[in-house]
Design a protein around this ligand. Sequence first.
Ligand code: B12
Ligand code: SF4
Ligand code: SF4
Length: 279
Amino acid sequence: MKDLIKNEMIRYVLESKENWLEEINDRYYDEPIIKFASADDPLFEEYKKIIGSDHLTPGEAFEMAFGKDSYHGGTVISVVLPINEKIRKSNAAQTEWASKEWALLRVFGDEVFKKGFIKYIENFLNQKGHRTLAPSDAEWFKLYSTSLGPASNWSERHIAYAAGLGTFGINDGFITEKGIAIRLVSFVTDLKLSVDIREAKNHTENCLLYSKGICGACMKRCPVGAISKDGHDKIKCYKYVYGEESRRLAESYGGSAKVASGCGLCQTKVPCECKNPIS
Ligand code: B12
Ligand code: SF4
Ligand code: SF4
């Protein structure tokens, strides 16, 4: 069953017409990496302390979708969508704002393709009798403000960490075997599948600065100085990434003012851009 799910996800990503950017005559996303965690992994309870009490466990997310007492164990499937090299290169050449390709990825790669992928996989598994949902696409998914900046009740990076897909960098970005220039999606299903082992020694192992005390390339790349040895200033980052200028830029590129241009300079032209720099 795991292979069936993985193959279906890979096939969808590689064949979907929505995973195509005319400007580069290529895909938004390359072949995904997919891993599995037990929905009862105690780490999900710990996230209530690490992230916040509003962060849902997989069981709670399942019951939000399928009703009280519907959860009897299951699996979390986490998916890494690596960003195509041409899009990465276009953003690597930027020093101030996101490239046109990066901005179009925000709208059509995320809002159109990724949403279509989520619906397809939910239906694929539900039709086979396995109740499945993607929490970050549910109507009850929420973003909220904390004194440190925005957070959510289903953090894809923490889910990916639980599934053994990588670890965090000094800039908060999640570094996988395909690097940091990625997007993440996850599903909770009542299917009970064998799980992947979390091999990382700690939650920051893949970052050169945390592990070896070298690098810091992302700090120099950030146009607003939001990254320092103390970590990532989410409020500074948020104001830049989703501010007025970013929204105007997105429109001028043919994107959407509503989702803005993004930025991602700290995810391109860095040693962890498309590989795990520790491997
Ligand atoms: C809110 C949000 C933001 C906010 C806040 C980011 C943040 N750090 O949380 C702002 C607006 C700043 C932002 C900016 C960007 N975002 Co954003 N964002 C989100 C969103 C919607 C929720 C994130 C969330 O819930 N965070 C919760 C908080 C608590 O996370 P945290 O503070 O980083 O967690 C730290 C602690 O937990 C700590 N920690 C301490 N002890 C322990 C112990 C353990 C065991 C663990 C695991 C951790 C831990 O380690 C973590 C890292 O420092 C997600 C989508 C989603 N649903 O997940 C996308 C998401 C995180 N964003 C993404 C992207 C791509 C971006 C941008 C590049 C914008 C763009 N598209 O161009 C920038 C990059 C900024 C950066 N340097 O990371 C990607 C991440 C890709 C990646 N490789 O990491 C995501 C996952 C979207 C997606 N679906 O792919 N984003
Ligand atoms: S650029 Fe270097 S310091 Fe920044 S997250 Fe990547 S490995 Fe860590
Ligand atoms: S996304 Fe841009 S503003 Fe935010 S930390 Fe990265 S480089 Fe800085």
